[in-house]
Write a protein that binds this ligand. Structure first.
Ligand code: DGL
Length: 266
């Protein structure tokens, strides 16, 4: 098989990376994707840097078995903590994370350079968004939202509890920002709830679009962009197959066949 016909690996701690996958598939329909949701070890956002690096390496090793030609880290927490390590270990593999493309896209679309960032505890603690945004001249307002990930995984997408939690976390940003980065790939699933809290005039930045154009450019540069045929995708989770299938169905609007792949948990 030619290198350009090989699949692209994509991983997240759970269902959140599907928000990135969905856009990647729209923009690059000819490509094949192998998706891994590490549901057994979710959430990553409350774990240490060391743990997130270990999990990210194991996810990459699993995806490499499919002969992937590129890797998308569809998780802000892994992108904050592990992208440098992954790039240095797998130096011949083109790797793209979600943080830089999303931060750049926020800087481009924010007219008043007042940018809010919400994410997991780990992502906010890493300070990666703040660093890039400040370099770009923006005033940054950050807020960890740790309860959002379990609410999304639970499928509480149109639920009054999710609305209350959102108001509690981000109500204070109203009037302070003109752009808000959804710095966790789970959050686009509840973006209607987030929008209700911050208001319609605020620009919401999701990782999917920014990563898709970054990935297309990368594949083009490496001359491995697939130009014909139609890709076939595979989905794996490390635990809770049924729950993932249910939320994936709601979220992608179609049935996907999901396989289970157990890792050792320690
Ligand atoms: N979706 C992931 C992110 O973008 C992580 C959620 C979690 O596992 O805590 O950060």
């Amino acid at each position: 098989m030619l290198l350009r016909e090989k699949p692209i690996g994509i991983f997240d701690s759970g269902i959140g990376g599907l928000t990135v996958y969905r856009v990647l598939k729209e923009v690059l329909p000819r490509e094949s994707f192998i998706y891994l949701g590490d549901t057994a070890r979710l959430p990553y956002g409350t774990k240490s840097r060391r743990a997130v690096i270990k999990f990210s390496k194991e996810n990459t090793e699993f995806l490499l078995k499919f002969g992937i030609k590129a890797l998308v880290i569809a998780c802000n927490t892994s992108s904050s903590f592990a992208i440098r390590e992954l790039k240095s270990i797998y130096s011949s593999l083109p790797i793209i994370g979600v943080i830089e493309p999303s931060a750049k896209s926020a800087l481009e679309s924010s007219s008043g350079k007042s940018i809010g960032v919400i994410g997991t505890e780990a992502t906010i603690r890493s300070g990666r968004y703040k660093e890039i945004l400040k370099k770009g001249g923006a005033k940054v307002f950050s807020q960890p939202c740790p309860l959002f990930v379990p609410l999304v995984e639970e499928g509480w997408i149109n639920h009054r509890v999710t609305e209350l939690v959102a108001e509690e976390y981000i109500g204070w940003m109203r009037g302070k920002i003109d752009t808000l980065i959804l710095g966790c790939t789970h959050y686009p699933v509840i973006k209607h709830v987030i929008r209700k809290v911050v208001g319609n005039e605020i620009k919401l930045i999701e990782s999917g679009q920014a990563v898709a154009s970054g990935l297309k450019t990368l594949l083009n540069e490496k001359k491995i962009l697939r130009e014909d045929g139609y890709g076939e995708d595979k989905f794996f989770v490390t635990d809770f197959l049924e729950k993932f299938s249910k939320v994936a169905r709601i979220f992608l609007g179609r049935e996907v066949k999901i396989e289970e792949r157990k890792f050792s948990l320690c």
